[in-house]
Design a binder for this molecule. Sequence first.
Ligand code: SER
Length: 339
Amino acid sequence: MPSQSAVVITGANGEIGHALIERLTEHSRDAVIAMDLRDLDASMARRCAQVVVGDVTDAATFERVGEQFDVRAVYHLAAMLSTSSEKQPERAQSVNVDGTLRALTFAMSRSARRGERVSFLFPSSIAAYGVPSLDEKRRAGAVDESQFNTPTTMYGVNKLYGEHLGRYYARHYRQLAQEPNPPGIDFRSIRFPGIISAFTVPSGGTSDYLPEMLHAAAQSKDYACFVRADTRIPFMAMPDAVDALLGLAAADASKLSSVVYNVTAFNPSPEEFSRFVLRAFPKASVSYAPHAKRQGIVDTWPEQLDDSLARKDWSWSPKYSLERMIEEYLLPNVRKRYA
Ligand code: SER
């Protein structure tokens, strides 16, 4: 009988993965099992009970998770982001969809073994939305989970399907089977806005322009922003993103009226964000060189998310306003990082 309570984090080497490993290993008794295509940095690996290096599209990768672990939860973070996915849509389908199917199947089999449901946390994205025009984007303002579910990117299509797949596995799996199903999974997902970390620079996303601007400025570099100065989509600070995942994971199931929740914090344009950044790093500069196609993608993402359902069902609320994030989280940490 497996004895050590554990959580599995796929995509552990990504930005959210690193932040989540730190938080879980400091504040939880669960052993952390990290899974990624690439080996973890030694400082991260030290925190984990097991590191599985492998591809999430391969069932054998999941089979390597130690039998001694009672897997209580899976944080399935492994994904190709929106810009990378447009370069290789078929590979994106494989990582973002087949990988999710593998992770769900793994969680299902572990639920049978433990005789209880396995929590499954799935980061979805603002990319699940596809607003048809800039006019409509401005008119719509903050959108709720049910609006504009017509994504234009492969990543958005994959994430929206991942939400549906999770709902199916949690509520309707093999609904016609005669023999009893395993206890199954408790699937919960969050549609994240762009996320800004003081410690890591994202890659392969289309919301990367604000974090790229910050990290370039902190090194006194020039930054050519790949979207227009007045572009507007929502963002949040990395510690709030991790809080959201852990908050939703801990929520009382009887309070949850949905499997998909928006979360958000603020939505500065690059121009507005650059004012804070350039005040802090006066030797830096920001110019605008919009990439028409990446701009086109961001223009289909809402200018704000309505997260009232998350606020109501599981008391979600971000700690960081834009000003507080910059003063208390970003500036002190990036100054140290690039000192
Ligand atoms: N950060 C993601 C991307 O740009 C959006 O969820 O792809």
